[in-house]
Design a protein around this ligand. Sequence first.
Ligand code: BGC
Length: 728
Amino acid sequence: MANHHIITGNWISAEEDYHGACPVFRKRFTLSGKKVASAVLYISALGLYEAAVNGKRVGDDVFQPGFTVYQKRIQYQQYDLAGLLETENEITVHLGNGWAAGRLGWLKLPKTSRHYAEKPALIASLVVEYQDGSTDLVITDRDWEYAPSKILFADLYDGETYDAGYEAAGWKPAVLFPHGKEMLIPQEGEPIREQNVLKAKLISVPNGETILDFGQNLTGYVRFRVKGEKGAVCELSHAETLDKDGNFYNDNLRSAKAKIKYICGGGEEVYHPHFSFMGFRYIRVDSWPEEIKAESFEAVVVHSLLERTGKFESSSKKLNQLYSNIIWSQKGNFLDIPTDCPQRDERLGWTGDAQVFIRAAAYNFNVERFYRKWLRDLKADQKPDGQVPDVVPNILPEYNNSSAWGDAAVICPWQLYLSYGHKEVLEEQFDSMKGWIDYIRSVSKDGVDWNTGSCYGDWLGLDAPAGSYKGSTDENLINEAYFAYSTSLLVKAGKVLEKDMSEYELLYQKIRDCFQQNYIRDDDLVCPTQTAYVLTIYFGLCNKPLLMARRLAEMIQANGNKLQTGFVGTPYLLHALSDNGYEDLAYTLLLQEEFPSWLYSVNQGATTIWEHWDGMNDKGEMWSTDMNSFNHYAYGSVADWMYGVAAGIQPDEEKPGYRHFFLRPMPDKRLGSVQASLKTKFGTITSGWYRTNGKTVYAFDVPANTTATVMIEGQTIEVSSGHHEYKL
Ligand code: BGC
């Protein structure tokens, strides 16, 4: 069936504004009694929907229709209803405000809710085909009715209030909701699903509150079983962490309330929120009508259905815990769009965060479809002159066009091409990539020197001046470095697509010259910082990288073998060192346990990646209440070094998607072994090393129809599919 006529229904809504309460819509219909060949429901909403037919939930997806640039793109889903239909039927659909009509953004913004619709609206068509070739059509229209539902309140940030004893009454005819249909598109992203459940433990805390601990910071919601008299109240609050005294702490959620209030219906009931999710490890039971038992609660982990492709294991428990934290931060922030964090009044598709993490993300899980959908949204929100919003889908009033953030437009498609080998992503995004570069050109002095605009800088770098979120690396240096890097990627992308890229090759040369003129004197940086060296080296912007790497190494050593980098420098820090002979120092940083370091948070009991190196100090005191997420994947970008350098699995841009790849593991004497695997479209690559009797054994698996270049201890060996081992 062609897409264009699939949703013949009309947009409908409640007449009045329900504010946070959720209306339920219903339609009763009779089928002819003939044998049904197929029955497909096409459905979407502005807001979130949950549909049921004859009391049975439709499909396993949650938080549908997902989050897109709704003005231009609203996904619809399709569900097979053949097994659910009878002769007499009732279809019911609950609507929540969700992303489209609910709260989105922190309180200081001029607009903090209802970015896409003033109230939630529904559209659906049910197409029933009978075996004799005839059809029946049930569509949303004014014959549908609506009433208030048991969901008295729901908001993505704030939680849900549910009255199990309430029975919908006072049904009224739905009103038509004036809205176009041209933006309806079939589901593009991975469906969002409940993935697994974690059990709770009751823990005792100093102030005597009742706290459940799920042992893992996660994104999703609680599911509980309760037996209370009709009207009895259950109230739950969520938190990621405990405070320095070991008590429940949720000040870092800022204005997100993340609260559940459940009013019992009188029987034994099982409940989970429908239109709200939380980032949490702990739940405080604020009121409960019976004895509180840990077995009554489970945490349901929710994220986009991504196939796990990568595994990493080493002889170090702490490193393995860091890796687990990265996996959990990816799960926690891949709920339809790549988000900065899942708990506070934000949860937005920050472009910078998505960009710094994509390389790690693409080892951990197959993220091709997930990011391709998001990149189409990026393109949809890009201005005609190439400006890229800070968050995608955009809900912010300004386009800051910050370097490293806007560069997601170029870096993400290129990474997908490298990791999965499909040039369609470059074809689809090329104009968007080029648009960003052309925009920077238009605001740069002489089209080359990018020294204007506002930049997030080396966000959260530890060399920040007091009171600032921005590390002290020169913002114009960051601009120019990213301008060069993204232009170089655009050139590569254009060549893959067999375009004439000579204009941009020339541009790249000019940017690189400009970078050197502005920021390099006597083979050193004019304003050296760790991040400035990292970008200069990693982006290939100096003529003497070994010398620069030595300076970077000296700077780190003078700082007690500790990093100072923020969002911009951290992803490439270890690469800049290990690419230039300082793998030993790269490992020192990776294995560093004192603050600031990756393993510092592991020692503090982290189960996800923190936004700040100093989210919590060693006395358990919080960095701040203002900007302190404990589930922010940006620094988890180090996973790409763990897979790509420690274990040594690297794609080859000449034969992307791992048709050919490099196996270049780097052993370190402080570890006994490192092993990684990566599932590719050809099969699973494994790469690793371990020590035995003073020797190092390197072991590799190369899938069928692929080849690899093994580079170990100064030797280069070309191998084809099969198992390969070397003892050196
Ligand atoms: C987000 C970041 C984001 C930043 C922009 C924050 O509020 O949580 O991760 O990149 O703003 O500077």
